[in-house]
Design a binder for this molecule. Structure first.
Ligand code: NAP
Length: 255
């Protein structure tokens, strides 16, 4: 079975490495190529590809040319464009589509979360906060321009790759890549006198250390909710679920 995995998360890497050891699956792993020195799964070079496909048409052409049997969308839950393209291209090429989607984080007792639908609304929310302390932004480097008009707050911006667009006048950029410990997150928040945290609800089996640190420090969180998943797509939450769906699919096609 030839499988194309659309990656961009640690969970996608784990899936690719896990499926590699099974003789019945031949994996190709794809990345957008946005990150310098991206973390890659343990696969031979010829099973890795980097860069966009060229829209729905490009992806459906690739699925056909590479005789892909199953497309697995294991992109980040906020990669809306790629996920929408995966739905359309799989339909056009007549290829089965699975989505790997980890469950969203849910608030625990003591959390002070404000839910917002997108980064723009998150930026408007924190700019209006009465608390003048630093805003810790962990929503990625792509939409930072949304915060650029806030002259009142200092910002601590954490990203994997250096941002290149407009930023708020008072900012500190920290380039780093997780996983992070609760202690390290708490220390970082204390050092920068953080009074608010902004994060996307990216989900995952373990609760993010930044959320636990924020709860313990009484820091309010502006939580950007993930877009709704496309209707009708077979969805798995874990690698075990993906394996079950793949095995179910091959049993059905053998009958
Ligand atoms: P996006 O807006 O959904 O996609 C933009 C374009 O990037 C797509 O149209 C596609 O180009 C290309 N692309 C995206 N993922 C790809 C993949 N796995 N393989 C090949 N091409 C891909 O995506 P984004 O939000 O910019 O994110 C880019 C990548 O970073 C994604 O793979 C995502 O999983 C990862 N990521 C995103 C976030 C986030 O918050 N958005 C956070 C962490 C990681 P073509 O149309 O030319 O095919």
């Amino acid at each position: 079975m030839r499988i194309l995995i659309l990656g961009g998360t640690a969970q996608a890497r784990e899936l690719a490495t896990g499926l590699r050891s099974r003789d019945e699956y031949r994996i190709i792993f794809s990345l957008a190529g946005r990150t310098h020195e991206p973390a890659l799964p343990d696969l031979p070079r010829e099973q890795l590809r980097v860069g966009g496909f060229g829209g729905v048409e490009g992806l459906s052409g690739y699925l056909r040319a590479e005789s892909i049997d199953v497309l697995i969308d294991a992109t980040h839950p906020f990669a809306r464009v790629m996920s929408a393209h995966a739905v359309d291209a799989a339909r056009t090429a007549g290829v089965r589509l699975l989505a790997l989607r980890r469950p969203a984080w849910t608030a625990q007792p003591g959390d002070r979360w404000t839910h917002v639908p997108d980064v723009q609304t998150a930026a408007e929310h924190v700019a209006a906060l009465a608390d003048d302390r630093c805003v810790f932004v962990t929503t990625g480097r792509m939409e930072l321009a949304a915060y650029a008009g806030d002259e009142r707050h200092a910002y601590l911006i954490r990203a994997v790759t250096a941002p290149d667009g407009p930023l708020p006048p008072r900012h500190t950029v920290v380039l780093d890549r997780g996983p992070y410990s609760i202690e390290a997150e708490s220390d970082l928040m204390a050092r920068h006198d953080v009074g608010a945290l902004v994060t996307k609800n990216s989900g995952g089996s373990a609760t993010a250390a930044k959320l636990t640190a924020a709860r313990r420090r009484g820091i309010p969180v502006t939580m950007v909710d993930p877009p709704a998943p496309a209707p009708g797509v077979e969805t798995a939450a874990t690698m075990a679920d993906v394996l079950r769906l793949l095995e179910l699919g091959s049993e059905t096609s053998r009958r």
